[in-house]
Design a protein around this ligand. Structure first.
Ligand code: ADP
Ligand code: NI
Length: 205
């Protein structure tokens, strides 16, 4: 099987495994993360392109936000599928490692991970900030029926998620390109928050 045939089948497999995902974790999120990750391979000058592309397409499969628990099965499903495409076990193991550990909550430190891991993680995190990040956050908040903002802090809100996670991502970037892109998207988050509170405070008076 050649490269393009492999990627086409991985795309189909990834697209089939999006049941219960919200609009911020749909096929287009996978496309954006894949494309950003491939851009990082180019600009950073490291990372096995096929490993990065497959890992990006499969990074959200089995995500615990959309399943009762992150299937221990996700690893076996990915392994079984990638073996059927004739990929080497070494590549398959890394794709599964990235799938299991990419999430913010895992808090993996760069010393423990590969260049490909750092690239896919940066690409995923870049999609959580900037204009698209804001759109995704409010979409996910709506999906969970969270408040937009809760001044008393009694209920989960998307504005609270900015402090809990989104504003921290800039400092957590692994790659030089990721840091540069994150800088601009972070500023956009800050100007959004400034305007949000300007409007909120005016309405509160
Ligand atoms: P991770 O697994 O690292 O959290 P994902 O790309 O799977 O990364 O999803 C993270 C995205 O989900 C965030 O960028 C945000 O858009 C959304 N999200 C997660 N938790 C919340 C929350 N409590 N409120 C609003 N959005 C959230
Ligand atoms: Ni993601």
């Amino acid at each position: 099987m050649n490269h393009d045939e492999i990627i086409k089948l991985v795309e189909e497999f990834a697209a089939k495994n999006l049941d219960n995902h919200d609009g911020g974790h749909d096929w287009w999120h996978l496309c954006r993360v894949r494309n950003m990750a491939m851009y990082l391979v180019k600009t950073e000058g490291y990372g096995d392109p096929i490993l990065v592309e497959i890992s990006a397409l499969l990074h959200d499969m089995g995500d615990s936000k959309f399943k009762k628990e992150r299937d221990s099965d996700t690893g076996s499903l990915i392994t079984f599928f990638l073996r059927s495409l004739g990929l080497e076990d070494k590549i398959i193991k890394e794709v599964v490692f990235i799938n299991h550990n990419i999430s913010f909550s895992k808090g993996k430190r760069p010393a423990e991970v590969s260049g490909e891991f750092m690239i896919v993680q940066d690409a995923d995190r870049l999609d959580a900030i900037g204009a698209i990040g804001i759109a995704r956050a409010f979409n996910y908040g709506g999906f969970r029926n969270n408040r937009i903002y809760d001044p008393d802090g009694n209920r989960p809100s998307t504005i609270a998620h900015f402090n809990e996670k989104l504003l921290k991502l800039k400092e957590l970037m692994n790659t030089a390109t990721g840091k540069r892109v994150a800088e601009e998207r972070h500023e956009y988050l800050e100007s959004f928050l400034k305007q949000f509170f300007r409007e909120w405070d005016m309405a509160a008076k």
